[in-house]
Ligand binder design. Structure first.
Ligand code: GLU
Length: 475
């Protein structure tokens, strides 16, 4: 048993990331101490605070971890789950650092968590807990537009982000940039269009890019393109839900969807919007009329498919099930869904793993856009939409005159329209995901690295080293 393994012989979550980091470090020639600084978690704030729930006072355990301050503010979501613990939040904060660097989002990594089960607590009490947590962060200077900017994560969403913003504003009244203290807010509270679906859409863009590369597809015996590819998605939270919709719309075949209560399967494909309606009406995906139930949800991961998308929690693919995974591609929409032991088994089998630190970076990318919007106090497209439409109209008139041809009304509508906020956000995200993919692939090829994860870490660490160097910290 190595020094990083716990009593049961498995690695702590943080050690898993350290392992991935160390594999990449072999390709980087820089003093060991400096690599250790990049790896370490800079600040860990563990708190306990009392909240009155009904007639009882409950002591709530919560965390905020800032992994790296090489760029400020720090950035990362806040999760509400009974599984929250220090090791998990430290690891997720570290993943945020590497993720931000890959997609050129100028933030250090952070993460927060509150150990509660939001399913069993009323909305009023979740609000109380969220507001108290925020004031604890304010007390210790762990939140602010230039300090640390939370966002949604597992078990949280727009509502919680609104409460965080409102609490921040009430204690920092007059701060003109207060809106930028948190992202993932509702549109009416300074949110940006496209944030909600951003992580799922980023997953879609990343996998679509991979599927367009002939060499990669042929290496796993698949045809080029997404159309007709058989996909399994595990987890229908915000990320899995949107990813499933985008894959379905693009012509891929969603053969199985897995949730906590079980999975459903239809080898000819599931109609994703009908499944979501069924889920909404019944509170469960099971017993969907056009599919077979799979009682043991973990078994859904082992079905024959082209692409497997784990989009729920960490460590779902481990040494005990990795050998039974039949997917040719795994897209890590969740953070850390594959343990290092499973990673090695899958690597040997030749599975292409698209790593979390790249693939699920769409959320933080659009959070960055929201933060910029909040600091500039103006909606994207507001200044240029009409101007673009006017220029396009003039341009079209010239084309019609020169070509002596009238363009149809439908075509005109397409050509003339100026960019709306959603258009700009989505195209910014698409560009980011495409660029990120090719940068990782270029490093993988040029350094002859065996897999995308190690290449992604090399890319990320090099970028962090670069910013430390430019700060004059590393010689
Ligand atoms: N919770 C998301 C993540 O893990 C988003 C973080 C953010 O937008 O800051 O990437």
């Amino acid at each position: 048993m190595s020094k990083n393994q716990n009593k049961t012989g498995s690695y702590s979550f943080f050690n898993c990331i350290e392992k991935n980091f160390d594999k990449a470090a072999r390709f980087i020639s820089i003093e060991k101490g400096l690599l250790e600084q990049i790896k370490a978690c800079n600040s860990v704030y563990r708190m306990h605070f009392p909240v009155k729930i009904g007639k009882e006072v409950k002591v709530i355990e919560a965390y905020r971890v800032q992994h790296s301050h090489h760029k400020l503010p720090c950035k990362g979501g806040i999760r509400y789950s009974m599984k929250v613990n220090q090791d998990e939040i430290m690891t997720l904060a570290a993943l945020m650092t590497y993720k931000c660097a890959i997609v050129d989002v100028p933030f250090g990594g952070a993460k927060g968590g509150i150990k509660i089960d939001p399913q069993t607590i009323s909305s009023e009490n979740i609000e109380k807990i969220t507001r108290r947590y925020t004031s604890e962060l304010i007390k210790k200077n762990f939140i602010g537009p230039g300090i640390d900017v939370p966002a949604p994560d597992y078990g949280t969403g727009e509502k919680e982000m609104s409460w965080i913003f409102d609490t921040f504003l009430s204690l920092r009244s007059g701060d003109v940039d207060a809106l930028a203290c948190v992202t993932g807010k509702p549109i009416s509270q300074g949110g940006v269009r496209g944030r909600k679906e951003a992580t799922g859409l980023g997953v879609f863009y990343g996998i679509r890019e991979l599927c367009h590369v002939k060499e990669e597809m042929y290496s796993v015996g698949l045809d080029v393109g997404l159309v007709g590819k058989k996909i399994i998605i595990q987890g229908l939270g915000n990320v899995g839900y949107h990813a499933a919709s985008f894959f379905h719309e693009s012509g891929a075949i969603i053969i199985a969807l897995a949730e906590r209560e079980g999975a459903i399967y239809n080898k000819k494909g599931l109609n994703v919007s009908k499944v979501f309606l069924h889920l909404k009406n019944n509170g469960s995906i099971l017993n969907f009329p056009e599919a077979k139930n799979i009682e043991n949800t973990e078994k859904a991961l082992e079905l024959e498919c082209d692409i497997l998308i784990p989009a729920a929690l960490e460590n779902v693919i481990h040494k005990n099930n990795a050998n039974r995974i039949k997917a040719k591609i795994i897209g890590e929409a969740a953070n850390g869904p594959i343990t290092p032991e499973a990673d090695e088994i899958l690597d040997k089998k030749g599975v292409i793993i698209v790593p979390d630190i790249y693939l699920n970076a769409g959320g933080v990318t659009v959070s960055y856009f929201e933060w910029l919007k909040n600091l500039s106090h103006v909606r994207y497209g507001r200044m240029e939409k009409k101007f673009r439409e006017n220029v396009n109209t003039e341009f079209l008139k010239v084309i019609e005159t020169v070509c002596k041809k009238k363009i149809s009304i439908e075509e005109k509508k397409m050509i003339l329209r100026g960019p709306r906020e959603i258009d700009l956000v989505r195209s910014g995200l698409e560009d980011t995901m495409i660029n990120g993919f090719h940068k990782i692939r270029d490093i993988k090829k040029s350094l002859k690295i065996e897999n995308m994860r190690t290449a992604a870490f090399v890319l990320s660490i090099n970028k962090i080293i670069d910013s430390y160097e430019k700060l004059g910290i590393f010689p």
